[in-house]
Design a binder for this molecule. Sequence first.
Ligand SMILES: NC(=O)c1ccc[n+]([C@@H]2O[C@H](COP(=O)([O-])OP(=O)(O)OC[C@H]3O[C@@H](n4cnc5c(N)ncnc54)[C@H](O)[C@@H]3O)[C@@H](O)[C@H]2O)c1
Length: 332
Amino acid sequence: MTEISTVLITGGAGYVGSSLVPKLLKEGYHVKVLDLFLYGEDLFDEFQDNPYLTLIQGDIRDQELLRTSLAGCDAVIHLACISNDPSFELDKELGKSINLDAFEPLVDIAKSSGVRRFIYASSSSVYGIKKEKNVTEELELEPLTDYSLYKAQCEEILLKKREEGFVTLVIRPATVCGYAPRLRLDVCVNILTCHAYHTGKMKVFGGEQLRPNLHIEDMTELYLQSLRWPDGKIDGKVFNVGYENYSVRNIGHIVESAVGQHVETVVTPSDDLRSYHISSEKIREELGFEPRHSIEDAVEGLIEAFKSGKVPEAMDNKRYYNIKMMQAVHLK
Ligand SMILES: NC(=O)c1ccc[n+]([C@@H]2O[C@H](COP(=O)([O-])OP(=O)(O)OC[C@H]3O[C@@H](n4cnc5c(N)ncnc54)[C@H](O)[C@@H]3O)[C@@H](O)[C@H]2O)c1
C-alpha cells in the first residue's frame, strides 16, 4: 500500500470532525473538509493560512461537487449526517436524502476518483436492544429508528462496493463525549455535565439503561489510525468501538463528583430505555486499539472548558444542539 496523504472528511466541521481535522493536520495529512458548516463557519479560522487544509462549503448530495472535491484524494472518512434521532425525525425525507440516498453516489464517485480507502462512521445503535450481555459485531442488526436503519443499509452498500484497491472499513462507535471545538451538548455525558455545572440539577431519564461511551480523543485517534492500518487488517471489516458501558445513573454520579458540589438529580421515567453493552474486544484483538480516556476525563475536560469560557451560552446557543439548529436552518 502506498501511503495515504490526502483525506476528504465529509461532515468534518461537526463535533467529531472539529477535533479530528486539527489532529490530522498535525500529523502532516492534507485535509479537505466537505461540509455545510451548519454549526458555524468560523471553526477552522486559526488554520486559514494552513496550505494543508481545504474547506469546501457544500452538500454531499451535490454530485458535481463530490467529483471536484474528491479529485486527488487517497481516503475518505465519511462523517456527514443528520446525526441524531430527533433531528432526523424533524424531516424524514431530508434525513433519508442525506443519510441514505447520498451514500451510494458518494462511494461510486470516490472509487472512480481513485480513492483507495473509505472509512464509514456507522453507529452502535444499529444493534437495537439486545438481550445478549455483550453485543459483538456478528449479532444481527435490529435498528429501531430510521437513523439507525440507514446506518445499517449504508454499511451493506459499502461492503458490496469493496474491491481490490478499494479498501472499506466500517466503525460502529458508542456515543461520543468530551470537549471539542464544535461541541455537542445533546449527547448523554455532555448533557448531564452541562446541566449539572450550569444549573446544579441533572435530569436522568430512566437511569438503569447501559449506555456505551467513548471519549472524543479516542474516537479521533481511531480515525487517525484507520488511515495507517495495513489494508489486510481492515479491508471489509466492521468494528465496534466504545470504552465504558455505564448506566445513565452511574454517569450521573461521575458528573456529580466532578462538579464538586451537590447536584440535584431528578429521575424521570423514560420511554427511551435502549440499553446496550457493546463489546470492543474485536478491535482490541485484531488492531490493538484500546481507548485510553475515561468518562471522568471527558467530564473534567468539559468542566474546564465551561470554566475557561470556551463554551459561551452553553445552555441556549443552538450551535451546541443539533435539533435546535436543524429547526432554525430549514435545510432542504
Ligand atoms: N457523536 C456521536 O456520539 C456519534 C456516535 C456514533 C456515530 N456517530 C456518527 O459520527 C458522525 C459524526 O458525528 P458528529 O457527532 O460529529 O455529528 P455532527 O452533527 O456534529 O456533524 C455532522 C456534520 O455533517 C454536516 N452535514 C450534515 N448534512 C450534510 C450534507 N448534506 N452535506 C455536507 N455536510 C453535511 C453538518 O454540517 C455537521 O457539521 C455521524 O455520521 C454520526 O452518525 C456519532
